[in-house]
Design a protein around this ligand. Structure first.
Ligand code: ATP
Ligand code: MG
Length: 726
C-alpha cells in the first residue's frame, strides 16, 4: 500500500477513515494537507473511486494547483476529472450548468464592487431616500454581511421594522436583489448563496450533485463562513463522506465572515463524526517551532495544543533591527545573495512575508538593482498595478501632453463621465486634423456632436491638467506628485468604494509618494523627467524577467498552507503588524497574532524577522515601535543580528541589551485614545515640542500635522507616532 508510506499512525488513520464525516484538527505543518492528497490518491487507486466523484476545496487557486500536482505525483496518472478549486470557482462551475433552474440565464455576469455601488446608488434614488443618511458604502457592507449570514431582505425588515434606517436598508437590499436579477447578474457573495439556494430548491439538481460527490474534502476549514458551511452540508447530504481539515490557531479571515464555530461544532453538526488530532510537525526545525508556540500561546480564544518536531534544533531565529525600511531591504537582499553564494539554497527557497501589499516595493527595488529574480504571489508587481500605472500615465501626460496613450488611459480615471463615445468623437476629429488628443481638448469648440455635459467635464479635466502643468514648474518632484495623487479625485473615488481591494489600491497610490521621497533623496534637484526615466527603468525590468527559480514575495494571508526553507518576516512593527486597526480590539488582536503564527510556521529551516525604527510608507515617515509579538518571544529564542550585515555574530557575542531596549520602548507606548485636538501640544521623540495644526481621519486612524518649534510642519500617523501629550 504505497499511499500509506510516509505517514505516521494518526495520518494513516485519517487516510483509511474513508466512510463518514471526519475532522482532522491539528497545528501548522502537521501534515493535514498531506493526508488529503494521500487520501485522494488512495481512494482512486485502491478503492477504485472515479476521480470525477471527488471534490476537494482549497482556499486559494494556488493551493488547488499545488494539491493537483501532488496528487498527480502520487498517481502518475490523470487527475483532471477531480473537482479541485476554491469555493467560488466550484460554485461558478455548478451555476454555469444549472442556474437556469432558479431563473437566471447561464451567461450571468459577476458584479464587482464598482458595479455594486452603481446598483445601490440607483436603489437609493428610486426610493427617494436622503443621500446623506443613506450612503452606498455602508449599505453595501451591511448587505454583504447579511448575505454571509444568509439573512434575506424580508427577515431583516421584519426584525428591524421599528428602526427607520435599518428598515430602509432592508428595502434597498430587496430592491438591489431585484435589480441584480433583472441584470442577470450575481455579486461575489451570491456565487455561494445561489448555489446553496439551487441545491435547496431543486431536488433533481441536489440529488445529482449529492450523488456525484461521493467524497468531499475541505482544506483550511477554519476559514469557512456560514454559507460555505451550508454548501458542504448539502453536498455531503447523501454519502456523508466529508473530510475537513483545519487549525483554529490559523483562522485569519474573521473580517470576511469566517466562523470559527464551524470547526468547533463539526462533531455536533455532522452525525457520527470522528476527530483525529495530529501533533507532530514535519515542517520546521525545533527552534522555529518554539518561536511559533511562544507567540500563539498568548491567545485566549483557543483550545490549546502543542506541536512537537523530531527535526533537529536547527539555527536560531534571527532578529534584525533596522534604521529604516531601506536598511531592511538591503539586509534581506544581502542575506539572499550570501545564502545563494554559500550554495545551499536556490532563489525558489526564499519567501518574503509582509502584512500589507504596499511593503513589497522597497524589496522589489533592491532586488531589481541586484538582479535577483522575484515574483509576487497573489498580487501584481508594484509597477504592474493598475493604480500605479494610472498614476504614471498622469505624470507622463503632464510631462508630455502629446502622449495620447497616457491620456486615453486616464481621461476617465477616476470616472468623470467621459465615456468611450465621447472619446470616439474626439479621436475622429484628431484623426482628420492630426492633432494630439490633448490639443483637441483645448480647442473643444471645433469638435462636432459633443453634448453640453461632455463639454463641461472635459473643460474641468483640461483645467486640472493645465494647473498641473503650471505647478510642475515650481514644485519639487515629491510635493508635486503628492499633489497629483490627491487632487485627481482618484483616492476619493476609491475611498467611496470602500472595499478591501480599493483600500489596498489607496495604499499603493500613497506608497507611490514614497517612491518620490526616495528619488529626492537620491537625486537632489532631479526633475519630473528624470523621475519618469528612473521609474521606467524599474518597471521595464519586470517584463524581461522570465526566470523560473525566483524569490517569492507575498502577504501573510496569501501564504497560508505554503512552506519555504527560508522565511523573511519583515515589517514587524506596531501599527503595521499588528495592523493599526487591530490595536483597540482584543478580538482583532488575536486574529493578528494567529496571522503571525501562520507566518512563522511557514519556515522550514531559517527564519529572519526584521523591523525598522523609521519607516516611510505611503509617503509619510514615522518612528515606529517594534511589534508586540516580538516581545512575546523569549530572549533566548531569538538571535540579534548586529548591524554589520556581512558577518553574523556568534551566539556568545549576542548583545542582550538591545532586547531590553526593545521592551522598554514598547512599554512606553503612548495612549492612542488620547483626546487629541487642534492646538494640543505634543512632545516628539526626535523633533521635540510642537502644536497640532491639522487632524484628518484615515480609516480608523488619524493623520495629524504638527508644527514643530524647530523642524517645521510634519505629518504623522497618530497610532504609531512616538509622541506624548503635554
Ligand atoms: P498547514 O497548517 O500549514 O497547512 P499542514 O498541516 O497542512 O500545514 P502539510 O503541508 O500537509 O501540513 O505538511 C507539512 C510538511 O510536512 C510537508 O512538507 C509534508 O510533505 C511534510 N510531512 C507531512 N507528514 C509527513 C510525514 N509523515 N513524514 C514526512 N513528511 C511529512
Ligand atoms: Mg495545509
Amino acid at each position: 500500500m504505497d499511499y500509506l508510506q510516509g505517514l505516521n499512525e494518526k495520518q494513516k488513520e485519517g487516510v483509511l477513515h474513508t466512510e463518514g464525516p471526519l475532522l482532522i484538527l491539528a497545528g501548522a505543518g502537521s501534515g493535514k494537507t498531506r493526508v488529503i492528497t494521500h487520501k485522494i490518491a488512495y481512494l482512486i487507486e485502491e478503492k477504485r473511486v472515479f476521480p470525477s466523484n471527488i471534490l476537494a476545496i482549497t482556499f486559494t487557486n494556488k493551493a488547488a494547483k499545488e494539491m493537483k500536482e501532488r496528487v498527480e505525483g502520487l498517481l502518475k496518472g490523470r487527475v483532471e476529472d477531480i473537482w479541485m478549486g476554491t469555493f467560488h470557482s466550484m460554485c461558478v462551475r455548478i451555476l454555469r450548468r444549472e442556474i437556469e433552474s432558479i431563473g437566471y440565464k447561464r451567461n450571468f455576469s459577476i458584479y464587482d464592487s464598482l458595479d455594486q455601488k452603481t446598483l445601490v446608488k440607483e436603489c437609493i434614488t428610486e426610493k427617494n431616500l436622503n443621500k446623506e443618511t443613506f450612503q452606498e458604502k455602508p449599505i453595501i457592507n451591511i448587505i454583504s454581511s447579511l448575505k454571509d449570514d444568509m439573512i434575506d431582505p424580508d427577515d431583516y425588515i421584519n426584525e428591524n421594522y421599528k428602526d427607520y434606517y435599518r428598515r430602509n436598508v432592508g428595502e434597498i437590499y430587496g430592491l438591489y436583489e431585484e435589480k441584480l436579477k433583472k441584470n442577470n447578474a450575481l455579486d461575489f457573495d451570491d456565487l455561494i448563496l445561489k448555489t446553496v439556494f439551487l441545491l435547496k430548491s431543486d431536488e433533481r439538481i441536489r440529488e445529482k450533485y449529492q450523488s456525484k460527490f461521493e467524497y468531499i474534502f475541505v482544506d483550511e476549514y477554519q476559514d469557512t463562513n456560514k454559507s460555505q458551511y451550508e454548501l458542504i452540508k448539502y453536498l455531503s447530504g447523501k454519502h456523508g463522506n466529508i473530510c475537513v481539515v483545519g487549525d483554529e490557531d490559523q483562522s485569519v479571515y474573521g473580517w470576511r465572515g469566517a466562523d470559527i464555530r464551524n470547526i468547533l461544532n463539526f462533531e455536533r453538526d455532522f452525525k457520527g463524526a470522528e476527530v483525529i488530532k495530529l501533533e507532530q510537525n514535519y515542517r520546521s526545525t525545533g527552534n522555529i517551532l518554539d518561536v511559533a508556540n511562544s507567540i500563539i500561546k498568548n491567545n485566549t480564544e483557543r483550545k490549546g495544543k502543542k506541536l512537537w518536531t523530531a527535526k533537529e534544533r536547527g539555527q536560531y531565529a534571527t532578529l534584525k533591527i533596522n534604521f529604516d525600511e531601506k536598511e531592511e531591504a538591503n539586509f534581506v537582499t544581502q542575506k539572499v545573495i550570501d545564502l545563494i553564494e554559500e550554495g545551499k539554497y536556490k532563489y525558489g527557497d526564499f519567501v518574503i512575508l509582509y502584512r500589507t501589499n504596499a511593503q513589497s516595493r522597497s524589496f522589489e527595488e533592491t532586488f531589481i538593482r541586484n538582479n535577483i529574480p522575484y515574483k509576487i504571489v497573489g498580487g501584481l508587481k508594484f509597477y504592474d498595478r493598475k493604480e500605479v500605472k494610472d498614476l504614471i500615465a498622469y505624470l507622463r501626460l503632464i510631462q508630455n501632453p502629446l502622449d495620447d496613450i497616457s491620456l486615453r488611459r486616464i481621461i476617465n480615471v477616476p470616472k468623470r463621465g467621459i465615456g468611450a463615445s465621447t472619446l470616439g468623437k474626439i479621436e475622429k476629429y484628431t484623426s482628420q486634423t492630426g492633432e494630439s488628443i490633448y490639443g483637441a481638448l483645448l480647442d473643444l469648440d471645433k469638435i462636432q456632436g459633443l453634448s453640453g455635459r461632455a463639454r463641461n467635464v472635459i473643460k474641468s479635466f483640461t483645467a486640472m491638467i493645465n494647473k498641473f502643468l503650471a505647478m510642475k514648474e515650481i514644485m519639487g518632484v515629491r510635493d508635486f506628485i503628492e499633489e497629483v495623487v490627491y487632487s485627481t479625485g482618484y483616492i476619493k473615488e476609491l475611498e467611496e468604494e470602500n472595499s478591501v481591494e480599493s483600500q489596498s489600491r489607496i495604499e499603493n497610490l500613497k506608497e507611490f509618494i514614497s517612491v518620490a521621497v526616495d528619488f529626492e533623496t537620491n537625486y537632489e534637484g532631479g526633475t519630473l523627467e528624470d523621475f519618469l526615466a528612473n521609474v521606467s527603468l524599474l518597471s521595464d525590468v519586470d517584463k524581461t524577467d522570465e526566470r523560473k527559480d525566483v524569490v517569492t514575495m507575498m502577504t501573510v494571508h496569501g501564504a497560508k498552507g505554503l512552506e519555504f526553507p527560508v522565511v523573511f518576516l519583515v515589517g514587524m512593527e506596531e501599527g503595521l503588524f499588528p495592523i493599526s486597526r487591530a490595536l483597540d480590539s482584543i478580538h482583532d488582536m488575536e486574529e493578528e497574532r494567529r496571522l503571525c503564527y501562520v507566518a512563522v510556521t511557514r519556515a522550514e529551516e531559517l527564519l529572519y524577522i526584521s523591523y525598522a525604527n523609521l519607516r516611510t510608507i505611503y509617503g509619510n515617515t514615522t518612528y515606529s515601535l517594534p511589534s508586540r509579538f516580538l516581545k512575546e518571544i523569549p530572549d533566548d529564542m531569538l538571535k540579534i543580528c548586529k548591524n554589520d550585515q556581512r558577518k553574523e555574530k556568534q551566539e556568545d557575542e549576542i548583545e542582550y541589551e538591545e532586547r531590553t531596549d526593545i521592551k522598554n520602548r514598547f512599554e512606553k507606548k503612548v495612549n492612542l485614545k488620547e483626546d487629541i485636538q487642534i492646538g494640543s501640544k505634543v512632545n516628539h521623540k526626535m523633533w521635540g515640542m510642537g502644536t497640532v495644526v491639522q487632524i484628518k481621519k484615515v480609516g480608523e486612524d488619524k493623520e495629524i500635522v504638527v508644527a514643530f518649534e524647530n523642524k517645521g510642519l510634519k505629518k504623522l500617523l497618530l497610532s504609531i507616532a512616538p509622541i506624548e501629550f503635554v
